[in-house]
Design a protein around this ligand. Structure first.
Ligand code: GLN
Length: 475
């Protein structure tokens, strides 16, 4: 099969008449390479290709395995749901089906989206296409690996604290988290409902926009979606002249930031300045609290959301004599260590004795952090920073959970404040991709995406067709 399809953007693929060849090409690649990458938890043997003409007509894609697609399994990377089949379509799945996109399979993830590497998947880690000894990031690591190895033109992920952007950064592709409230969460298995948002992982911003146009929109089934149509025809801005980028000092001086990542990031900043953008240092004093705040709020919500996995209604059940025993044993057997850790933490912080001291305080700090960032965004167009302080670590290299938690410092703020954010490949260090993140005012997603398109042209990570380069061996 010719690999010319790996050099085409989604729009170009949509315009091709021969949809059969596109399908066979990507289908073959998935079946050939997935054993190596473990990107998919389920490959659909005979994908439904009956949906008609639409803006994504004939475009193969993959769904993170916490998003429902009727008739496919939805395991959430967990043993407890290893036998669970979706009984309905998520709103995003339905929208994509109606747009003509073809669902090829479900992708691997950290269990219930808790993690940063896919090492917490009950089905083993996915591999980073740039170096198979390394993690692809997480929790949407399978989606990022699949796109970065050219197995699908795009995949959906979910982002609660960085799970679209961080794996995109580790795999050298584009990850876009829309403003909270733009994409329906109906049919997304909830982790932390006030933070979760679905978004695309692609090889360029144009492709992210094509997918965003389809999945964004009001949904009566998700009361947090807004009737706020984005105007994707808005062309502004056309270049970087006069655009103001805020660079938080606390982020660039963060002691955990690897020198190599910093170097690649600074090069990008210099290119922005050369192209007419204004970059200024700002301060987010409360940045030092974001990780703690997130790891109180997210587990709190998760402990409530995950109470539905009782072994009674669906999923794996352990048999016992009494109801309580069935529930206890099913949960003990079905959940992995990280999920248990979070349920324990969340249950503790929500308990009557500690609610005020931890959970309520975290909600207040969340407000404070949002206020500080929104104040910056009232004077600047965008906040910029590296997506992750490190490049992809080796599988097994990081073993204590706290080290992984601390790495989320750059991505969490956008979730806490409900802001749109995007990670772009900005170069590499010794062959390992580095991500550049941009955050914008809430609902100014189009302006951010248009600007990201301009930034792509400054990045060394793209080929002559405007697509993020994938590692040589996958061409
Ligand atoms: N790494 C973060 C966590 O473990 C973010 C996960 C996510 O965005 N789903 O919670």
């Amino acid at each position: 099969m010719p690999n010319k399809f790996l050099r085409m953007k989604i729009k170009e693929l949509v315009n091709l008449k021969d949809k059969e060849s596109i399908f066979r090409f990507f289908n073959d690649r998935i079946n050939t390479y997935n054993d190596e990458l473990n990107a998919f938890t389920e490959i659909i043997p005979d994908p439904d290709r009956t949906s008609g003409e639409g803006p994504l007509n004939g475009i193969p894609y993959a769904l993170k395995d916490n998003i429902l697609a009727r008739g496919t399994k939805t395991t959430c990377g967990s043993k407890i749901l290893s036998n669970y089949k979706s009984v309905y379509d998520a709103t995003v799945t339905k929208r994509l089906r109606d747009s003509g996109a073809i669902l090829m399979g479900k992708t691997n993830m950290d269990e219930f989206a808790m993690g940063s590497s896919t090492e917490f998947s009950a089905f083993g880690p996915s591999k980073n296409p740039w170096d198979a000894n390394r993690v692809p990031g997480g929790s949407s690591g399978g989606s990022a690996a699949a796109v970065a190895a050219g197995l699908v033109p795009f995949a959906l992920g979910s982002d609660t604290g960085g799970s679209i952007r961080q794996p995109a950064a580790f795999c050298g592709v584009v990850g876009y988290k829309p403003s909270y409230g733009l994409v329906s969460r109906y049919g997304l298995v909830a982790f932390a409902s006030s933070l979760d948002q679905i978004g695309p992982i692609t090889r360029c911003v144009d492709d992210a926009v094509e997918v965003a146009k389809v999945i964004i929109g009001f949904d009566p089934d998700d009361s947090t979606t807004i009737e706020h149509p984005l105007n994707f025809e808005n062309e502004e801005p056309k270049d970087l002249t006069g655009l103001k980028f805020a660079l938080p000092g606390e982020m660039i001086e963060y002691p955990g930031l690897q020198e190599s990542v910093k170097e690649v990031f600074i090069k990008m900043v210099e290119s922005i300045e050369k192209a007419g953008g204004i970059v200024e240092k700002v301060s987010i004093p409360s940045l030092k609290y974001v990780v703690a705040t997130y790891y109180l709020i997210a587990p709190g919500e998760a402990s409530s959301n995950l109470s539905r996995y009782d072994g009674i209604r669906y999923g794996q059940r352990k048999d016992a004599d009494r109801y309580e025993e069935v529930v206890n044993q099913s949960r003990d057997f079905g959940f992995g260590d990280e999920v248990k850790r979070r349920i324990l933490l969340g249950t503790f912080t929500l308990s009557a004795a500690y609610y005020d001291a931890y959970y309520r305080k975290a909600l207040r700090v969340r407000k404070l952090i949002s206020k500080e960032i929104n104040e910056i965004l009232s004077k600047y167009d965008f906040v910029i920073n590296p997506t992750s302080p490190i490049v992809a670590p080796k599988i097994g290299e990081i073993s204590d959970p706290l080290t992984y938690y601390l790495m989320d410092i750059y991505t969490i703020p956008a979730n806490l404040a409900g802001l749109p954010a995007i990670s772009l490949p900005a170069g590499a260090y010794e062959g390992l991709p580095v991500g550049f993140q941009m955050m914008a005012r809430r609902f100014e997603d189009v302006r951010m995406l248009n600007t990201a398109r301009i930034l792509e042209k400054l990045s060394p990570s793209y080929d002559e067709n405007g697509l993020a380069r994938i590692a040589e061996r996958w061409y």
